[in-house]
Design a protein around this ligand. Structure first.
Ligand code: NAD
Length: 482
């Protein structure tokens, strides 16, 4: 299938949308039109539902061992095509090629891990109160699922839903990102070539609200997983709740970074610069509110700015580029509005704070200081290349600020004190905390948020649980003696 003509993948076939409707796909580094992606209509969605229902019947009756082999084969295909897919990903989404390579590689690793973990969905035999009674807890796939995934990690956001779903024995419809459909299509090609039966994994694109309004309430669908903004997540969780669907929500964040006086500031500045400006800051766990203890503030700021000065912004396909453009006009306008609001209310621009060039959607890596709580930057998720640096005096003050917002996704800290690390581990209200290194998002570790950042996990064995029902069966041992 030509990359510039991404179709729907329904029931094992690549098809145009009903009436031939399409959506344009744009290169965010140049603004040029790359091609189109099929825009699903109601009939396409009905076909997808029929396919996913049949796919579930086939796949849930396939052994965990066979399922694992097919998923691992898909991972191997991704590895073999890593370079080609990474180029497609960068062209669609903008991130530097090195980051796209990491994303595709991480998808292969995620698939491998879920494939293996799916073979370990043990039930249990529970000791009964009477000797003639047997009690079993059984694990079954929850049923056909639907996953809504965003553009920022166009492939790995899908794999975090599809991987555990397939490993658990569920079939799935993915509503992929219309902004960056090329890499998702490559993932489904790999699954097809790996021998995944028709209907088990389906890929659609369209108008997000039309797709969710049709699929979430549909009686065939038993599980809904969404990654995106808090506002949309609450809407979809409400809809899913009113139809009693199992739900996983991976929503926004506004990650605090607590840097204590005793931190290794060189290491912190280097690691945090790389992490903050990865994918131009369009990462839900991007370090954002830098809270630096008073004595460390000046030296940390100096080191941070020195690291930021080395960032090379440009077209992600070019050698040496370390930060690409934002995804599009809407996101750049949102970032600009957040910076303008902060500056109007007295923030100091330490570096950046402006667009770069007049082609594509580039925005300079930006560091702001002199922040006040009434600024939007400290309250709304910037989802862009903005680091907000504030000063604190004692740990309680830092904790109060870290926990002030309704978000609770990623968080970070740098300290050489075990006592401080212990306090932070217990008191920072977030689904994930990484101390003295950037260590979030591995296949085998839980990935998810608390508070308004959502619920459920998309990494670790917890990710598989999200696609399993636990059923209890008890009988007398006269019936089945063991
Ligand atoms: P947005 O709120 O317009 O859309 C976010 C995502 O939700 C997109 O993928 C979109 O296709 C989808 N969406 C929107 N309305 C929907 C509906 N009714 N039904 C189903 N899906 C729907 O925001 P945006 O400008 O595209 O993205 C920026 C925001 O998204 C950020 O503020 C960030 O919080 C959030 N986001 C979070 C993650 C994450 O990993 N948690 C990833 C990407 C985006």
């Amino acid at each position: 299938m030509a990359y510039r003509d991404v179709k729907l993948f329904i029931n094992g076939e690549w098809t145009d949308a009903e009436g031939g409707r399409t959506i344009d796909v744009e290169n965010p580094a140049t603004g040029e039109r790359l091609g189109t992606v099929a825009h699903a209509g109601r009939k396409d969605l009905e076909r997808a539902v029929q396919a996913v229902e049949r796919g579930f019947a086939t796949w849930s009756a396939t052994s965990a061992y066979e399922r694992s082999k097919i998923i691992r084969r898909a991972a191997d295909i991704l590895r073999a095509r890593l370079e080609e897919i990474a180029r497609i990903l960068t062209t669609d989404e903008g991130k530097p090629l090195a980051e796209s390579r990491l994303e595709v590689g991480s998808c292969a690793d995620l698939l491998d891990w879920f494939a293996e973990e799916g073979r370990r969905t043990y039930g249990r035999l529970i000791p009964a109160r009477g000797m003639a009674i047997s009690q079993l807890a059984l694990k079954d796939p929850v049923g056909p699922a639907v996953g809504f995934t965003p553009w920022n990690f166009p492939m790995s956001q899908i794999v975090r839903k599809l991987g555990p779903a397939l490993a658990a024995g569920c079939s799935i419809i993915i509503k992929g990102p219309e902004e960056a459909p090329g890499a998702p299509a490559q993932l489904f090609l790999a699954l097809e070539e790996a021998g995944l039966p028709p209907g088990v994994a389906n890929l659609v694109f369209g108008t997000p609200s039309e797709v969710s309004e049709f699929l979430v309430p549909h009686p065939v669908i038993r599980k809904v997983s969404f990654t995106g903004s808090v506002t949309v997540g609450k809407h979809l969780a409400g809809m899913a709740g009113s139809h009693m669907k199992r739900v996983t929500m991976e929503l926004g964040g506004h990650a605090p970074v607590i840097i204590a006086n005793d931190a290794n500031l060189d290491a912190a500045a280097k690691a945090l610069t790389a992490s903050k400006f990865r994918n131009a800051g369009q990462v839900c766990i991007s370090p954002t509110r830098f809270l630096v203890q008073a004595a460390a503030y000046e030296p940390f700021m100096e080191k941070l700015l020195a690291n930021v000065a080395k960032i090379n912004v440009g077209n992600g396909l070019e050698d040496g580029v370390t930060m690409g453009p934002l995804i599009g006009q809407k996101r750049r306008a949102a970032v600009e509005a957040i910076v303008e609001d902060a500056v109007a209310k007295g923030a100091r621009v330490e570096t950046g704070g402006h667009r770069i060039g007049n082609q594509g959607y580039f925005y300079a890596p930006t560091v702001l200081s002199g922040l006040k709580l009434e600024m939007r930057a400290l309250n709304d998720e910037p989802f862009g290349p903005i680091a907000l640096v504030s000063r604190f005096h004692d740990l309680d003050e830092a904790l109060a600020e870290a926990n002030r917002l309704p978000f609770g996704l990623g968080s970070y800290a740098w300290t050489s004190s075990a006592a401080t690390a212990n306090v932070l581990a217990r008191k920072v209200q977030s689904g994930m905390l990484s101390i003295n290194h950037i260590g979030l998002g591995l296949p085998e570790t839980p990935y998810g948020g608390v508070k308004d950042s959502g619920y459920g996990y998309e990494g670790g064995s917890e990710a598989l649980e999200a696609y399993l029902n636990t059923r209890f069966v008890t009988h007398d041992t006269a019936l089945v003696p063991f």
